[in-house]
Design a protein around this ligand. Structure first.
Ligand SMILES: NC(=O)C1=CN([C@@H]2O[C@H](COP(=O)(O)OP(=O)(O)OC[C@H]3O[C@@H](n4cnc5c(N)ncnc54)[C@H](O)[C@@H]3O)[C@@H](O)[C@H]2O)C=CC1
Ligand SMILES: O=C1O[C@H](COP(=O)(O)O)[C@@H](O)[C@H](O)[C@H]1O
Length: 268
């Protein structure tokens, strides 16, 4: 891809996982409301390619999307406890500003960082904790209605609806990635739910790479590694995007240490 790709929220955890993996593969423009330290910026990205701006600043966002072919939109408040005024501003208003600017600028592909919390309400008392275990076959596949478990999840579901709207109105390709739980080097420690929705850094970078390369219209996919424990299907991400995850939380102990050869046994 020759045209630049705009990455919002580039200085955060997901942004850094993406840049660590595919930072050299694209001509990035980076946008974040906080300045990003030089060590976190790929070598080829110049000062002119970096925007210190809030995504609710329509003028700055319009400037940042001009001439880009694709947008990976991560900026927002990631806290599941975030209050309404913050998710309304950062996650709903901000996402609408970025999506509208992208659609009006003729951006071809737009990948939106949605969340497991858009569907957290499916984790009912009668389904949990079995849901988080490898032998449970309950799966969400992205076809189900959103069922947020908190106001942060409401904001992510709203971002998905905005994506649906702008795709239908303008034809911009939009993929909403319901990201699970991103951690570096090992799955979340001693946390069944987290291990069921683990997304490794390598798989995260690969997944967003596929979002930039594949052909699609409007999609909702789950962004998790190929975990034995899972209640999100990754079939759609495999089929439509060509996602081929390499990591699995089952290759680590419950405490997060890598298992060298096969699963642990009770033998001394
Ligand atoms: N880390 C995870 O496991 C998951 C993350 N997500 C989503 O992925 C996205 C990125 O999350 P993280 O990297 O973990 O969060 P983070 O907090 O590490 O990074 C977010 C970045 O966005 C920037 N930002 C926030 N509001 C902004 C605004 N109004 N204008 C411009 N920049 C703004 C922040 O300065 C920060 O650098 C978020 O939208 C989050 O909801 C979804 C599911 C799981
Ligand atoms: O959307 C998000 O989800 C992950 C995982 O949720 P958790 O309830 O298992 O912590 C969270 O770590 C991340 O901050 C959030 O943005």
């Amino acid at each position: 891809m020759d045209d630049p790709v705009l990455l919002t929220g580039a200085g955060g955890r997901v942004g850094q996982a993406i840049l660590d993996g595919i930072g050299e593969e694209y001509d990035w423009r980076l946008l974040d409301r906080e300045p990003i330290s030089a060590a976190k910026v790929p070598d080829r990205v110049t000062d002119a390619d970096q925007y210190v701006a809030d995504i609710t600043d329509e003028r700055a966002v319009r400037e940042a999307v001009t001439g880009v072919n694709a947008v990976v939109h991560l900026a927002g408040d990631p806290r599941k406890t975030a209050p309404w005024d913050s998710v309304l501003r950062n996650n709903i208003d901000g996402t609408q500003v970025v999506m509208r600017a992208a659609a009006e600028a003729g951006v071809e592909k737009f990948a939106f960082a949605s969340s497991n919390h858009a569907v957290g309400g499916y984790e009912t008392d009668d389904r949990t904790p079995d849901l988080y275990r490898p032998d449970d076959d309950y799966r969400l596949d992205g076809e189900e209605l959103p069922r947020p478990g908190n106001l942060y999840g409401v904001s992510k579901a709203t971002g998905e609806f905005l994506g649906r709207y702008y795709h239908d109105e303008t034809g911009m390709s939009v993929v909403c990635v319901r990201i699970g739980n991103l951690t570096k080097d090992h799955p979340p420690r001693e946390y069944e739910r987290g291990q069921a929705m683990w997304l490794s850094h390598g798989d995260c970078a690969h997944l967003f790479d596929r979002c930039l390369l594949a052909e699609y219209g409007f999609e909702i996919v789950y962004g998790i590694s190929d975990n034995d424990r899972k209640y999100y299907s990754i079939d759609r991400a495999r089929e439509v995007l060509g996602y081929d995850p390499q990591d699995n939380s089952a290759n680590y102990t419950f405490e997060g240490d890598p298992i060298a050869e096969g699963p642990p046994t009770d033998e001394p």
